[in-house]
Ligand binder design. Structure first.
Ligand code: GLN
Length: 207
């Protein structure tokens, strides 16, 4: 099992450490890397405008879309959420893979960075220590999007089949449940590739 971490800009090493803690290889993905050998991909936090521009320039954007279309899981944290969104308030989308709309820097100046313990029923009864850094939130979701978590009234984690997004940064905590969810989704997808059955059924039971 190999999970790529897009390494064009932003927080990369923390994701790689978290993946290694979960027992899988984390591979930094640079601009001329082939993604076909990877089982899943993480698009980390950073500056979405910069990440979007660099993946377009290098052609990684088309490779990521292909991966997602093959059913391989892609997980976007913070700026990664913005990169995957179908719509961005006031801007053109980047990959446009998920049927949801995001609002950048949504928590305003006073709350540029903060932490909150959030209920994520999908991951079990323990709260999740969510670290927000100039984070976006989701202002609208299409019917195929499952909302996993809210902070106050705002959607801050969601899933659409093999695509997963969080406004916050699990890689900056000790809680590896989102990373383990991504790995479980990747295992499920690689089993299906060998023996096709219904897609994206991974639930909390596998964590
Ligand atoms: N504010 C950044 C953006 O809009 C995201 C911040 C982050 O990834 N921590 O792209």
């Amino acid at each position: 099992m190999k999970v790529g971490v897009l390494a064009v800009q932003g927080a990369v090493s923390e994701h790689i450490k978290m993946l290694e803690k979960c027992g899988v290889e984390g591979v930094p993905v640079k601009k001329d890397q082939a993604l076909s050998q990877l089982d899943a991909l993480i698009i980390p936090g950073g500056e979405s405008t910069t990440i979007g521009r660099l993946i377009k320039k290098s052609g990684l954007d088309r490779q990521i879309i292909k991966m997602a279309e093959e059913g391989k899981p892609v997980y976007g944290t913070c700026a990664g959420m913005i990169i995957l969104a179908g719509e961005i308030e006031g801007e053109e989308p980047h990959l446009g893979l998920m049927n949801l709309r995001v609002f950048r820097n949504a928590f305003g100046r006073q709350k540029e960075s903060f932490e909150a313990e959030l209920e994520v029923p999908f991951l079990g009864t323990d709260t999740f220590p969510a670290v927000f850094i100039r984070a976006p939130y989701v202002t609208w979701t299409g019917p195929e999007v499952e909302v996993l978590c809210r902070f106050q009234d705002s959607i801050v984690a969601a899933r659409q089949g093999n695509l997963l997004v969080t406004s916050f940064h699990p890689e900056l905590t000790e809680d590896d449940r989102f990373h383990r969810l991504l790995i479980a989704m990747a295992r499920e997808n690689s089993q299906e590739t060998r023996s096709p059955r219904e897609k994206n059924t991974v639930g909390p039971a596998v964590l």
